[in-house]
Design a protein around this ligand. Sequence first.
Ligand code: DGY
Length: 320
Amino acid sequence: MSINPVVLVTRRLPEPVHQRLRRDYRALLNEEDRQYGTGELLRNAKSCDAILCTATDKINAEVVAGLPKSVKAIATYSVGYDHIDIAAARKAALPIFNTPDVLTEATADNTILLMLGAARRAYDGQALLRTGAWSGWAPTQLMGTHVSGKRLGILGMGRIGQAIAQRARGFGMQVHYSNRNRLSADSEAGAQFHPDPEELLTVSDFFSLNCPATPETRHFLNARRIELLPAGAIVMNSSRGAVVDDDALIAALKRGRLAAAGLDVFDGEPHINPAYLDLDNAYLLPHLGSATQETRVAMGFKSLDNLDAFFAGNPVPSQV
Ligand code: DGY
């Protein structure tokens, strides 16, 4: 690269990523970490060669159409790209890069946290302590649900789904999954494949959503499908909020049809359905799946590897 390309970075990224950006690009950083609206994003993109955005930026058809011609690529600091209108980007010949692999372990760990947090009533336990209401150990206090020996159903057996399965085996869980394609016997590692996701629901004492949000998966977990889960099942979502019908899940948690849910992602984030906040059996985290120091730096470096390769005219490691 002779003249460093100009990159608009829409959110504040970890410092090591900023350092690399300052070294290799003319980077327009967002040190205040303010979320840009559409107009501001387009104004800031003026004369930029690329945009490094995040999952909180809505790159819809209007944004794609409004981008200055100087913008030649968009790198998203995320593995998910449901915030980008991929069809519109393709039509505009605008390549999109993402960050798979580097957040697999952190997201799988977080899903296990959701599972254990929901199963072992971690929210109730914290509340008991923090409100000063704990009067000491009691034989019947906050009894949760055992995970060992239970069946874990995973919808979406990509990298993250497989990493969750690996961890769950360590807890002595039996893994079941549904996926567009069946995995090889090696990758299955004993997990049982269900071609029909609805059949998967019927065997899932714990059910983990790990599929991408697409028009086809929108509100996959709705009132009808919740009824297919075993009574007292526990649901985890670490993919995207849109795959759950919140009203249906909330109703099932309220009437005890489901024992609990562990949720890291929400439809319409950051505006979450307020009814979740009143539920003791909802263990809630604010989209922390990839939030480890190591992972967030690795995501930035992967985004920059993508941009470096693109501007050097080399094959891009992760193009959508
Ligand atoms: C992703 O990468 O898609 C996450 O949801 C944000 O870390």
